[in-house]
Design a protein. Structure first.
Length: 79
């Protein structure tokens, strides 16, 4: 069974890996910042994509434009 956080309460993010027991100048600690920034950027871009897609699909005119930009008619067979 999964536990849901209370309304307005956010769960703590899970760490990718533990580095607390490593010396501060260890290469792994330096790389963790890069990895965290990369993951954060990936999640931000993904959420931005879904937000824009949701906005497009909630508007019939924008949805038609999107579909028309991805579909074309084969004039030889008419489909």
């Amino acid at each position: 069974m999964f536990l849901e956080p209370s309304i307005g309460e956010r769960p703590d993010p899970l760490p990718l890996y533990e580095t607390d027991d490593l010396p501060p100048d260890t290469e792994a600690k330096k790389n963790k910042t890069v990895i965290d920034d990369g993951v954060r950027d990936l999640l931000h871009r993904g959420m931005n994509f879904f937000e824009k897609l949701s906005n497009t699909l909630s508007n019939p005119e924008k949805t038609t434009l999107l579909v028309n930009s991805m579909v074309e008619t084969d004039h030889k067979i008419g489909k």
